[in-house]
Design a protein around this ligand. Structure first.
Ligand code: ATP
Length: 699
């Protein structure tokens, strides 16, 4: 994008360094008008470049708004805007009555689209408002999130109404509202933004020798392959920084100051009390698939405990922070773990970041307890004295020690340090159970796998121990459908690497800790997802546009049970697992956007979310799942087991289309509720203790 996009540039306006929100809106419109990733990245690069060069103070708020957030995940900030605030604002600002509002909602589904229509219809405004600015909108969000306590609802209402009032166009209103309901619906996901930032800074603030180029002119003179190389290095630097220090409040000012250089990782890298994005495991079909992949390598098999991942940070003053898999701060949830820290860290340890799985454990027997039990623990402000669900932290990695990041050390080294410098406390803090092996030890690995599933673990994690690369340890893509896109991004990135790089990478199953990456050096082998032998026959009713490799298809797909009493189809789960690429393709052809099998939001479906497409219900799919959970989001079987919550499925997996069944024969909400009761009885028998119904809180 050496030239600016004219369709964006012509909307550029600013006042004293404050870029207008209309400009950002135009970027959203352009991004929204395409599904092509290249076009999306180009638009964002243009947006960012113009801001860097013309209104650098507006850059950071624009990045937050374009990524549909306003604070990093580990800062507990929420807008806390109920649907009623938005509806009331629609009534007050657009003069809609309840019926008018309902009609618009039924027609459009999306609150932003409702705002767009309502604004268009508005015949007059009392006075032309001052243009909204990017900074102003961002600050409004921060104010909404900060207003707490008595009178906060009124304050929030006032800010929302002021934003709607000050929107000058229907499009601005649409994106303001989408921002307020936290569903922006533009394809600018995290990775796209990081790539765009890297490229924008490469052009606007060209680095020096670090990236082997000097300025735009030099970039323009590069051959295509060389340019790709420069892009890649810049992208890798920005992504690496964000994976270790995921906060735009730190990254963007740093980029403005020094541009994209290797210095970024020093200035904005791994930091105590800021969670790094965790390394992820790749799926394998089964043990033999895993053994083939790791041929010739030494690896550690570890129990894959069914609990909650925890990243524990401790500084030299003894301050402890604990973060979840999704980087939320959960120190308050685990005061018992915090209190263990002085005992577990050895004398030579001053500061550290370690990682492990928190599992509910019977303190008498030491037996592992089901994940369901862990979900019974309150999420916040847990008092040590009132803890009923006791936990053990099974530590598996050490990423930082005494002021030094250990990410570049081999897994064997990190594990050795963890186990030699920290102290076990039985049933409270210990190491994951492991077996070190090679592909030749298949019998022992099988035994180990069985022992893991015998104690209710999900399966095993398998991790390459050393960094040495031996030829022939080929990395292949398993082709197994996973429910995350990082693997896909990995694959895409792979495609952009030079031939030489690619072959080096393929040979190298790194044993370093690679934040936010799903490499083949961490493999997961799970027992069949279907721990429940029951299956459900569900009706596919809606879907979202896929991303990454699945961008051409529908994924995830929303499924429902039927309620014969009310005639409603009640949404029960989203599914992205078990489908082959061929199936996805056929599915997309069957439910093509302008085809006859796609409908507008039907009234007989009970689901509050906003899928991108609604299917005409006509098929029944047999689905496997791990277990059934109470859910605040899904309404299936609501009123049958809980008045407020419906039921949903954990690890749903597509098995096959039931050609022999019509939708009238799909599973009912009664049947789902009966399965839930059966599951709870089974759990009670197993645990010998009564379980409170728990909420699936996605831990
Ligand atoms: P994803 O990796 O796709 O996010 P997920 O979070 O649902 O998936 P899985 O893919 O099932 O989890 O497996 C990875 C998770 O397993 C880790 O995030 C961690 O919480 C858990 N886990 C349990 N035991 C271990 C272990 N020994 N090593 C690493 N992770 C473990």
């Amino acid at each position: 994008p050496a030239k600016y996009l004219p369709e964006l540039k012509k909307h550029w306006s600013q006042d004293g360094g404050d870029a207008s929100y209309a400009f950002l809106t135009q970027a959203f419109i352009l991004v929204n008008s395409t599904t092509k990733r290249i076009k999306i990245v180009d638009t964002l690069v243009n947006l960012l470049r113009i801001l860097i060069e013309g209104a650098p103070d507006s850059l950071l708020p624009a990045v937050w708004l374009a990524t549909n957030s306003f604070a990093p995940p580990y800062e507990p900030a929420e807008l806390g805007l109920g649907g009623s605030v938005i509806s009331k604002a629609f009534k007050n600002i657009y003069g809609l009555n309840a019926q008018g509002l309902k009609t618009l909602y039924n027609k459009h589904g999306d609150a932003g689209d409702v705002a767009f229509e309502a604004k268009k219809r508005q015949s007059f405004t009392l006075k032309k408002p001052k243009p909204l600015t990017i900074k102003g909108v961002y600050q409004s969000l921060v104010k909404i999130a900060r207003s707490k306590g008595t009178g906060s609802q009124e304050t929030k209402q006032r800010i929302v109404e002021r934003l709607l009032q000050d929107s000058r166009s229907a499009e601005e209103s649409r994106y303001i509202v989408r921002t307020l309901v936290q569903h922006l619906r533009i394809g600018a996901v995290k990775t796209t933004m990081l790539i765009a930032l890297a490229r924008a800074f490469l052009f606007s603030k060209p680095p020096d020798a670090n990236f082997a180029t000097k300025g735009m002119e030099a970039l323009a003179k590069l051959k295509k392959e060389e340019l790709t190389e420069v892009y890649l290095r810049a992208e890798e630097a920005v992504k690496a920084s964000y994976a270790r220090h995921p906060n735009y409040d730190d990254l963007v000012p740093c980029l403005l100051e020094i541009g994209v250089t290797d210095e970024l990782l020093v200035r904005c890298g791994l930091t105590l009390h800021i969670p790094l994005r965790p390394m992820l495991g790749s799926i394998t079909r089964d043990l033999s698939d895993m053994l083939t992949k790791l041929q010739g390598r030494d690896f550690a098999c570890e129990y894959k405990y069914d609990g909650q991942r925890a990243q524990v940070h401790c500084d030299s003053n003894g301050k402890v922070s604990i973060f979840s898999r999704h980087l939320e701060l959960m120190t308050d949830k685990y005061p018992d773990l915090v209190s263990l820290v002085p005992q577990i860290r050895g004398e030579s340890v001053s500061s550290f970041i370690l990682e492990g799985e928190v599992v509910a454990v019977d303190q008498e027997t030491g037996d592992l307890q089901a994940f369901q039990i862990l979900t019974n623990r309150a999420k916040k402000n847990v008092e040590i004295g009132s803890i009923k669900v006791n936990v053990c932290l099974f530590a598996f990695d050490l990423m930082y020690l005494n002021g030094e990041p250990l990410l570049d050390r081999s897994f064997r080294e990190r594990r050795d340090m963890l186990r030699s410098l920290f102290t076990e406390i039985p049933k409270r803090f210990t190491w994951v159970k492991n077996l070190d092996a090679t592909s030749a030890d298949s019998e022992a690995v099988l035994e180990f796998f069985k022992s893991a599933t015998d104690v209710k673990c999900e399966g095993i994690m398998v991790k390459v121990l050393d960094n040495d690369t031996k030829p022939g340890s080929g990395v292949t893509n398993s082709g197994v459908d996973d429910h995350e896109n990082l693997e896909v991004e990995e694959e895409a990135r792979d495609k952009r690497l030079t031939k030489k790089d690619r072959s080096t990478r393929r040979k190298a199953l790194l044993s370093t800790y690679e934040p936010d990456r799903r490499l083949e050096s961490w493999l997961k082998v799970k027992k069949d997802y279907s721990t429940s032998s029951d299956t459900l026959d569900l009706i596919p009713i809606a879907a979202w546009h896929g991303s990454g490799r699945k961008a051409k298809w529908w994924s995830p797909i929303l499924l429902a049970v039927r309620n014969p009493e009310t005639g409603l189809l009640e949404a029960v789960t989203k599914c992205m697992s078990g489908f082959t690429d061929k199936f996805y393709q056929t599915n997309k052809e069957k439910y093509s956007e302008d085809g006859e099998n796609v409908i507008s939001r039907p009234s007989y479906i009970d689901y509050a979310g906003h899928p991108d497409v609604w299917f005409e219900p006509q098929e029944v799919w047999e689905m496997a799942f791990a277990d059934i959970t109470l859910s605040p989001t899904y309404t299936a079987a609501i009123g049958l087991v809980s008045d407020e919550r419906g039921l949903s499925l954990r690890f749903p997996r597509f098995l096959r289309v039931r050609e022999d069944k019509s939708i009238d024969e799909a599973s009912t909400s009664d049947f789902l509720a009966a399965l839930w009761r059966k599951q709870m009885e089974r759990a009670q028998e197993e645990e010998g203790a009564a379980l409170d119904p728990s909420v699936d809180d996605n831990i």
